[in-house]
Write a protein that binds this ligand. Structure first.
Ligand code: SAH
Length: 363
C-alpha cells in the first residue's frame, strides 16, 4: 500500500502500523506532518504543562533499566517533606502551570500512602482547587488508588513499559514484586475508578521489535487510555540492561522511532494527551520540540528542588537538572512559540478524549 493510502485509513491493522514505524526520510516526514495536522485540527496548537515533583527515589522495585532501582547502592536516597512538596506546588501555581504531577519510586507502606493522601488534599487547598493533580507512584492496591482519587487526584500515570509479556520479563526481574499481570491489573483498576489513566512504553529497548511496538500502540487503543507517555530508552551504566547498550538503535534512531510512535498514535487516538518526555531532550537538544511537532501536547517541566535532582536520575544526563523553575518557565514559553505552539496557562489541560468519553456516559 502506498504511504498516502495508509495515512488516509480509518483504522490501522498491526501490519499498517509496522509499515508506518518503518518509514524513513521523506516518508517519515509525511507521517509526522499528517499527525501534526490531525493534532491542530482536533486539539489546536495548545501545550499543557504539568509541574513535575519528584517526591522520592526510595523504591521497593528493581527494574532492570532504572537508575534508582533498589539494587543500585550508589544512589543517595531522599524523600521530600510535605512542606517542600507544597512549596513546589505553590511555585507551579504561581507560574500558571495549572497542574502538578507527583512522581516517585514505588512504596506501599502506610506512612507513604497517608502522606500522599494528605499532600493531595493540601495541594487541592491551594487557591480553591486551582491545580490539577497527576500521580505517578507505581503499583498500589485498588483501595489506595481509590483513596487518592477521593482525596482529589484525577490523573494517574503507570506505564506498562511493554505490553508484550516476554519483553516485559526481559526488562524486569521475574518475581512477586515485578509481575506483568499485576501491572495490567493496576491499569484496569485506575480506569475503573475513573482516573484519567496514562500509560506508555520506552522506545528502543533491547529485544524490542517493530512488531512489539505496534502491539503496544494497539494496546493503548484497546484500553482506551486518556494519556500516553513514550520516550527513548536511555541505558544507565549502573543498571543490568546497560550490558546491551551497544546492541540497541543509535540515539538518533531511538529518537526517530519515538517520534513515529507518537505520530502513529496521534492518528489512532487523535484527542488523547501525549507527553513530550524529558528523555527526548536528553538524546536530542530539540527532542521535546520534535515530539510536540510529531503530535505530543503535554510537557512536564521539572519543579523538584535542585539539590535533589541529581539523585532522581532514572537515566543518565537528564536534561534541565540545573535549571531553576523560573528559568524553565521562560525557556519553555519561548521554545513553544518558536515552533508555532502556545502554552495554555492556568488550566488543568485535561484529556479531550477522556472528557468526551465521560460526557457520553453521563448523557
Ligand atoms: N515508580 C513509578 C515512576 C517510574 S519513573 C512507576 O513505576 O510508574 C517514570 C518512567 O521513566 C518509567 O515508567 C519508565 O518508563 C521511564 N524510565 C525509567 N528508566 C528509564 C531509562 N533508563 N530510560 C528511559 N526511560 C526510563
Amino acid at each position: 500500500m502506498t504511504l498516502q493510502h495508509l495515512l488516509d485509513k480509518q483504522y490501522f491493522e498491526k501490519e499498517d502500523i509496522v509499515q508506518l514505524l518503518a518509514t524513513e526520510g521523506e516518508e517519515m516526514q509525511q507521517l509526522l506532518q499528517k499527525a501534526r495536522e490531525v493534532k491542530f485540527a482536533r486539539l489546536d496548537n495548545y501545550v499543557h504543562l504539568r509541574g513535575l515533583i519528584e517526591l522520592s527515589n526510595i523504591c521497593r522495585k528493581s527494574c532492570l533499566y532504572c537508575g534508582v532501582r533498589s539494587d543500585n547502592h550508589k544512589v543517595d536516597r531522599y524523600e521530600l517533606t510535605e512542606d517542600e512538596v507544597l512549596e513546589c506546588a505553590q511555585m507551579a501555581h504561581k507560574l500558571g502551570y495549572g497542574s502538578v504531577a507527583i512522581q516517585s519510586g514505588e512504596r506501599n507502606d502506610k506512612a507513604f500512602v497517608e502522606k500522599i493522601t494528605r499532600l493531595v488534599k493540601r495541594i487541592k487547598e491551594i487557591d480553591n482547587g486551582a491545580l490539577g493533580i497527576t500521580l505517578s507512584l507505581g503499583e498500589q492496591s485498588d483501595e489506595v488508588y481509590q483513596e487518592w482519587f477521593e482525596a482529589g487526584a484525577h490523573r494517574y500515570l503507570l506505564r506498562i513499559e511493554s505490553s508484550n509479556e516476554e519483553l516485559y520479563y526481559k526488562i524486569h526481574p521475574h518475581d512477586e514484586r515485578h509481575d506483568f499481570a499485576r501491572r495490567l491489573a493496576c491499569i484496569d483498576s485506575l480506569l475503573k475508578i475513573g482516573y484519567q489513566t496514562g500509560t506508555g512504553v520506552m522506545v528502543g529497548l533491547p529485544f524490542q521489535t517493530l512488531d512489539v511496538l505496534a502491539e503496544d500502540l494497539l494496546f493503548f487503543k484497546k484500553k482506551d487510555v486518556a494519556m500516553v507517555g513514550m520516550g527513548p530508552f536511555i541505558p544507565h551504566p549502573d543498571t543490568p540492561l546497560y550490558q546491551y547498550a551497544n546492541q540497541i538503535p543509535s540515539a538518533e534512531d531511538r529518537m526517530n522511532l519515538t517520534l513515529k510512535m507518537i505520530a502513529v498514535l496521534r492518528l489512532m487516538m487523535p484527542e488523547i494527551n501525549m507527553v513530550a518526555a524529558t528523555a527526548n531532550q536528553t538524546v536530542d537538544p530539540m527532542g521535546r520540540e520534535k515530539a510536540i511537532m510529531a503530535g505530543a501536547n503535554v510537557i512536564m517541566p521539572n519543579m523538584t528542588p535542585n539539590e535533589y535532582r541529581e539523585d532522581y536520575l532514572i537515566y543518565p544526563d537528564k536534561a534541565c537538572v540545573s535549571d531553576k523553575p523560573e528559568e524553565c518557565y521562560s525557556c519553555l514559553d519561548i521554545r513553544m512559540k518558536a515552533i508555532g505552539h502556545q502554552i495554555l496557562y492556568n488550566a488543568w489541560g485535561d484529556s479531550v478524549a477522556f472528557t468526551k468519553k465521560i460526557s457520553k456516559l453521563v448523557n
